[in-house]
Write a protein that binds this ligand. Structure first.
Ligand SMILES: [Zn+2]
Length: 144
């Protein structure tokens, strides 16, 4: 049974098992920590978990950050739009569902007064651009 998994399915399974503390997330955390920002992890907030369990929660600023893998979350980049040849239907459906769930959770958070930033895996390569994006998000009040 396990032998029939494609590499993508195997990697999907692994990512489900690993779940949190992925390498892209750790990179963002290290960067923010070095800048002196403090945050809670994985949706933890007073009164329970936040919708979608955001990777980083800045409770006093009312801001959250998701760090998303491009493939799994169907980003509009080269990696995100890569379509596996095997089990094309399976992947299209799974990834579409993930994207829809992401959007629904974002709406819920915004309705509850949270500002949401999504960092994509492909944005991690340019660390100075990433850093200014993070600081801009954390330091500016977007709601009026
Ligand atoms: Zn991407």
């Amino acid at each position: 049974m396990a032998d029939r998994l494609t590499p993508e399915q195997r990697s999907w399974n692994m990512s489900r098992i690993r779940g949190k503390n992925t390498k892209p997330e750790l990179l963002v955390r290290r960067l923010l920590h070095a800048k002196g920002y403090r945050y809670r992890l994985h949706g933890a907030a007073r009164g329970g978990k936040l919708p979608g369990n955001p990777d980083l929660v800045f409770a006093s600023r009312h801001k959250v950050i998701f760090v998303n893998g491009c493939f799994w979350h169907f980003h509009h980049c080269r990696v995100g739009q890569h379509a596996p040849q095997a089990n094309a239907g399976f992947w299209a459906e799974k990834r579409t569902r993930t994207r829809e769930r992401d959007a629904a959770q974002r709406r819920k958070l915004e309705d509850a007064g949270w500002e949401v930033l999504t960092i994509w895996e492909c944005e991690l390569k340019d660390s100075s651009a990433l850093e200014s994006q993070l600081v801009r998000f954390l330091e500016t009040q977007q709601r009026t």
